[in-house]
Design a protein around this ligand. Structure first.
Ligand code: NAP
Length: 484
C-alpha cells in the first residue's frame, strides 16, 4: 500500500496540468496514476491519420508553459503529444507518474478521512483524489446486428491500428464527426473504395490555419510578450463568438459560409443534399476542414445515409438492402462523456457511487467538486466543456481551485472539505438557466453534449472568464469543512 497526500488519475492536459502547478507551488507529496505506458491522454490515444486540434495551439496549451515553437496554427497530434511530454519533463512531473496503474475503484473512508484507491498495480491511500480521466477517453462502439460475425478488420479512430495497411482495401467508415472528417481525406486516396456511413451530416466550415513561419517563431521565442499578445487576441476573438451560440438566429452567417463550402466542393446536387444538415450550426461541434468535401467528391467515395441493417462476415447491408463488400470497418463513432465508466467505481461517504449520485446527469459544484464526495476534484467535470474555445483555459481554473482549497485547508487546519449541497444546487441551476435558448440545447439536433436525461451536462454556456472568476478562488462558505 502506498500513501500520498494527493492522488491524480490521468495524465492528459488536466492531470498533468495539476501535477505541474502543484510542483510550482512547492507541493511534492502527490502521485499521478496513468493506466497506459505513456502520458498524454487523448493526445496519446488518438493517432489516426490527420489528427489535429481545431483550437489554435497558442491558446490550446498551458498559460504557464507557453511554447513559441508551435509549427502550425492548428498543430497536429504528434506535436501536441511532444509538447505534453516536454512539459512533464521540464516541470519535474515525471518522477510522480506511476504508469500502467489502471484505477479499478476508489472509496472514501470516513474513519481515516482518506481515499482508498485500488489499481491494477496495488493500493493507494490519499487525502485528496483528483479525477482527470477526461471526457473523451472511452471510445464508443455502435451496436450493429451481426457485427460479431464480421471477419474483416475493425478498429475505432481512437485506437487506430497502424499495422493494418488500408491500401487498395474496401473500407467502411461509420460516423462523420470531428475525428472522421480528419481521417477520411487522409485515407481516401489510398483505399480502393470508401463507404462513408453518415447518420447526421456535420456542419463544416473552412479551416484558416497555416504553418507558422520560422521568423515568427523566433520572434515569439525572443519576445515572449508578443506571443502572449497573440494568445490574448485568439482568446478575445473566440470569446466574442460566444453571443452567436447563445442566439441561434445569429448563426445564419456561419451557416451561409458552410453552405458555400459545400457548393464549392460538391457538384452533384444529390450528394450536396445529403451533406447539408437540417439543424442550426453549432448545435453539434462546428468542424473545420478544407479537404473533407473534396475527398467526398472523389469517385471512390460513396456517402451512405440509409443506415446499417446488418453486418455480415465480409460485407455490410444498408437500410435499403444494398450489400457492399468490406475489408475493414473503421468506427469514427466518438465517446460517451456523460457516463464515464469510473463513475460506477468511485464510492462516496454514504456508500453510493458517483454514478448513483448523478443518476444519469452529471452535476458538480463549479464543475469541479461533488456534494457527498469529500476531498474530491474532477477536472473537465460536468459543464466545463466548450463549444467555442480552449478547454485548457477551463481546466487551469479548476486546478487553481484545487490549489486554493489546499492552501486554505492548510492555513486553517482543515482536514476535509465537501461542497454544500445547496451551493452545488444553486450553481447547477444557474448553469442550466444560462444554457436555456442556446444553440447547444435549442439547435434542433441530438449531440453528445446531452446526457440520457436530455440535459446538457457537458458544456459551459457562458464566457470562460466568468467561469474563471467563479472557480479560481476557493470560497470556504460554499463548503462543509472538518477540522483536523
Ligand atoms: P463525434 O463527434 O461524437 O462523432 C461521432 C460520429 O459517429 C457522429 O457522426 C455520429 O452520428 C456517429 N455515430 C455514433 N454512433 C453511431 C451509430 N450507432 N450509427 C451510426 N453513426 C453513429 O466523435 P468524434 O468525431 O470522435 O469527436 C468527439 C469529440 O472529440 C469532438 O466533438 C471534439 O470535441 C473532439 N475532437 C476534436 C478534434 C479536433 O480538435 N479537431 C478532433 C477529433 C475529436 P450522429 O451525429 O448522428 O450522432
Amino acid at each position: 500500500m502506498t500513501e500520498t497526500r494527493i492522488l491524480i488519475v490521468g495524465s492528459g492536459f488536466g492531470g498533468l496540468g495539476a501535477a505541474l502547478r502543484l510542483k510550482q507551488r512547492g507541493i511534492h507529496d502527490f502521485l499521478l496514476l496513468e493506466r497506459a505506458a505513456d502520458l498524454g491522454g487523448t493526445w496519446r490515444d488518438n493517432t489516426y491519420p490527420g489528427c489535429a486540434c481545431d483550437v489554435e495551439s497558442h491558446l490550446y496549451s498551458f498559460s504557464f508553459a507557453q511554447n513559441p515553437d508551435w509549427s502550425q496554427w492548428y498543430s497536429g497530434q504528434p506535436e501536441i503529444r511532444a509538447y505534453l511530454q516536454r512539459c512533464a519533463r521540464d516541470g519535474g512531473a515525471m518522477p510522480h507518474i506511476r504508469f500502467e496503474h489502471d484505477v479499478q475503484g476508489a472509496r472514501w473512508d470516513d474513519s481515516t478521512r482518506r481515499w482508498r484507491v485500488e489499481t491494477s498495480n496495488g493500493t493507494f491511500v490519499a487525502q485528496f483524489l483528483v479525477l482527470a480521466t477526461g471526457p473523451l477517453s472511452e471510445p464508443v462502439l455502435p451496436v450493429l446486428p451481426g457485427l460479431a460475425r464480421f471477419e474483416g478488420k475493425t478498429f475505432h479512430s481512437a485506437r487506430w491500428d497502424h499495422t493494418y495497411d488500408l491500401t487498395g482495401k474496401q473500407v467502411a467508415v461509420i460516423g462523420t464527426g470531428a475525428s472522421a472528417i480528419q481521417f477520411v481525406p487522409e485515407i481516401q486516396p489510398r483505399v480502393a473504395k470508401l463507404h462513408l456511413f453518415q447518420r447526421t451530416p456535420p456542419w463544416v466550415i473552412p479551416r484558416l490555419g497555416h504553418t507558422i513561419p520560422r521568423w515568427q517563431r523566433t520572434l515569439f521565442r525572443r519576445v515572449p510578450p508578443l506571443q502572449r499578445f497573440a494568445r490574448f487576441c485568439i482568446y478575445l476573438y473566440r470569446e466574442l463568438s460566444l453571443p452567436l451560440f447563445r442566439h441561434p438566429a445569429a448563426m445564419r452567417l456561419a451557416q451561409a459560409i458552410a453552405r458555400r463550402h459545400i457548393r464549392k466542393a460538391i457538384a452533384d446536387p444529390v450528394l450536396r443534399r445529403k451533406l447539408t444538415p437540417d439543424y442550426t450550426i453549432g448545435c453539434k461541434r462546428i468542424l473545420l476542414s478544407n479537404d473533407y468535401y473534396p475527398a467526398l467528391a472523389q469517385t471512390n467515395v460513396e456517402v451512405v445515409t440509409s443506415g446499417i441493417a446488418e453486418v455480415r462476415a465480409r460485407s455490410i447491408v444498408d437500410g435499403d438492402g444494398v450489400e457492399r463488400l468490406v475489408d475493414a470497418l473503421i468506427f469514427g463513432t466518438g465517446f460517451r462523456p456523460t457516463e464515464p465508466p469510473l463513475a460506477t467505481a468511485i464510492i462516496s461517504r454514504d456508500g453510493r457511487t458517483l454514478a448513483e449520485l448523478w443518476t444519469g446527469s452529471p452535476k458538480a459544484h463549479l464543475g469541479t467538486t461533488v456534494a457527498g464526495m469529500p476531498n474530491f476534484f474532477i477536472l473537465l467535470g460536468p459543464n466545463t466543456g466548450l463549444g467555442h474555445t480552449s478547454v485548457v483555459f477551463m481546466t487551469e481554473g479548476q486546478i487553481e481551485h484545487l490549489l486554493s482549497a489546499i492552501a486554505y485547508m492548510h492555513e486553517n487546519r482543515i482536514d476535509v472539505i465537501e461542497p454544500r449541497a445547496e451551493a452545488q444546487q444553486q450553481y447547477v441551476e444557474a448553469v442550466d438557466r444560462r444554457m436555456r435558448g442556446t444553440v447547444w440545447v435549442a439547435g434542433g439536433c441530438a449531440s453528445w453534449y446531452l446526457d440520457r436525461t436530455g440535459r446538457n451536462s457537458t458544456l459551459w454556456p457562458d464566457f470562460t472568464w466568468r467561469f474563471r472568476k467563479r472557480v479560481d478562488r476557493f470560497k470556504a462558505e460554499e463548503y462543509v469543512t472538518t477540522h483536523a
